[in-house]
Each structure stands twice: as structure tokens, then as C-alpha cells.
Design a protein around this ligand. Sequence first.
Ligand SMILES: Nc1ncnc2c1ncn2[C@@H]1O[C@H](COP(=O)(O)OP(=O)(O)OP(=O)(O)O)[C@@H](O)[C@H]1O
Ligand SMILES: [Mg+2]
Length: 317
Amino acid sequence: MDGELLKAYRRKRDLSQEAFADMLNQKLGRSYDKAKVSRWENGKEAVPEPVAIFMRRGTRTRARIIATANQKGGQTKSSTALNLAHAFAMMGKRVLLVDADPQASVSLAAGVDLEACMAAGKVLGAVLEEKLTLREIIVQANGIDVVPSDITLAEFEVAALSKPGPEKRLARALSDVRQDYDEIIIDTPPHLGVLTRNALVAATDVLIPVVPVPLDVPGVPLLLRTIEQIRIYENPELNILGILPNRFEAKMLVQQATLQQLLSTYAGTIRVFEPIRKTTAMDQAIYNGVIAVRALPKDSPAVQGYLRLAEEIGHEA
Ligand SMILES: Nc1ncnc2c1ncn2[C@@H]1O[C@H](COP(=O)(O)OP(=O)(O)OP(=O)(O)O)[C@@H](O)[C@H]1O
Ligand SMILES: [Mg+2]
């Protein structure tokens, strides 16, 4: 975390440097003062890790909001959002899965009756257009709550920029329901347009799934630059949960090498999770209309991967 973000965090809360130091001292048992805060803010001293962690986590009584994002197509954003949502639900968490992609893959894979939602106009596009509230469109599917989307969401993408607050609409809509859940997961489309930006403005955390092949990994820095911009201008507390290598084939040397490259590039800066193995049954699960983490055998490598991920990050919320 750098000083500029710390300053944005403090100003957003209307705290003087002195009041901010007092708050940290109270919460963290330290003895920081105004001068120290000033040195962090102007970059003369690094922000200590406990302070950075405290700011990212805050004192959360409302859901953590995780966006799965990667502007490249087919990187397992939707599969990760769906299976992580269900893995959290299997841990007893209250979960909301939000489909922010006009392709509606996650709505369909989640088991939503999309035709009925579309016929009633109860889709995310209607919320972003301020015709309905988020609560009015939430449906239950396979034991979790889902906010469905459909192709009309693409119309919002086009119309959004001529409306006020085009990138803040999802954050605003979610603020009404955030206290009802422990985890909210948002699936995003494969580009860095207004919908992905809405997700990143609304999120507390971003998870970056990536297939570890040479042509896919180079897209990660572009996403990281976008995240940095969102942090500076819109959402200073946005935390990068980590990079999730997915559809990993251990037998393929090129994937092994790409994974090593990811690990060395982001060592000490961004957590790279243990990869989730490629399992052909993942596609079969979608075809059969079931949720992989619930329906596939527990010893399936991909299921194990998702359950392990949920366990690891589930305790951090
Ligand atoms: N662990 C896995 N093993 C094998 N196949 C997988 C695994 N995870 C996901 N897949 C498959 O990979 C394909 C792409 O996944 P998914 O649709 O989740 O990616 P995406 O990033 O959401 O794509 P898009 O950019 O189009 O939204 C799908 O066919 C999915 O079923
Ligand atoms: Mg997708």
C-alpha cells in the first residue's frame, strides 16, 4: 500500500492526520503520531504492513465483495465465481452471486430460470438503469442467492457514459443488501469496460483467475494497472486477493514454466494461489446443469482446488 492510498482512505473518513494516528493507536496498540502519518503519506517512509492490512480489512460487519476479473476471455472467471460462491455456501456462509456479464454464463450455470427473469424484466440491467432495486431481482438457485443478468446488460454498457455515476451504480445497488450476506461474488465480462469497472468500484477484493499459458499471462499487468487507477480515483480500499492459476495441466512443461514465471514475477507483491487442476468434468457439470463443487466427487482435483481456496480465503473475511 502506498502513501497516496493511505491519504485517500483518511480523507474519505474526514480524519485529520492526528485523529487518524489516534485511531490506529487505539485499534493496533501502537504509538504513531501526526508526523509519522505525514511521512507515510508523502512517501518518505513505507506504510507498515499492520496498518495496510487494517485499512484493507476495516472493521467489516457487511459482506466482503469479491470480483473475479480478467479482461481476457476464457480465463475461468465465471467458473471461479460460481464454484467459490458455492464452496463458501457449503461452509455455512450467506452468499450472493452477482452476474455482471451480458453473456449471462454464470446465471445459467448457477441454475437460474433465466427466461422467467427476463420475462419479468428482473435482471441486473434493470437495476443499473434504476428501474428496480437489487433486492427485487434476487433469485434463489441451488441454495444460494443470485443476481441474474442477460444480454440487455450490453445496452447499459453503451448508454452508461451519458448517465450520472456510470461506474458507481453497482456499488450503490449492493450497499442495500450488503449487510444480509457474508460473501458477495461478482462475475465480470472479458474486457475492461464499464461493467468490469462497476464491479471493481463495488468490490472490496479482486481475484484474478488466469490460465497459465504464455499468451494469457501477459494480460495480467494491464488489469493491475486498471486496478491501480480504480484505487486512486474510486476505491482506495480495493484489495488484490491474489492470482488464481486455473485449468492447470501439470504434465505440460509450458504450463509449469508459465506458472513459475507468475510466481517469480509477483513474489512478495501479489499472492499466487495454488493452481486449480484442469478437470474435464467441469464442462460436463455445466452440461448436466449441476454445480461442480457440490456434484462432482470430492476427490476431483478441481473440486479439491476450489474447496481449498474457499478454506484459505474464507477465514480472511
Ligand atoms: N478446472 C477446470 N478444468 C477444466 N475446464 C475448466 C476448469 N475451469 C473452467 N473450465 C472451463 O473453461 C472454460 C472457460 O471458463 P469460464 O467460462 O469460467 O471462463 P471466463 O473467464 O468466465 O470466460 P469469459 O471470458 O468468456 O467470460 C469453460 O468451458 C469452463 O467450463
Ligand atoms: Mg465468464
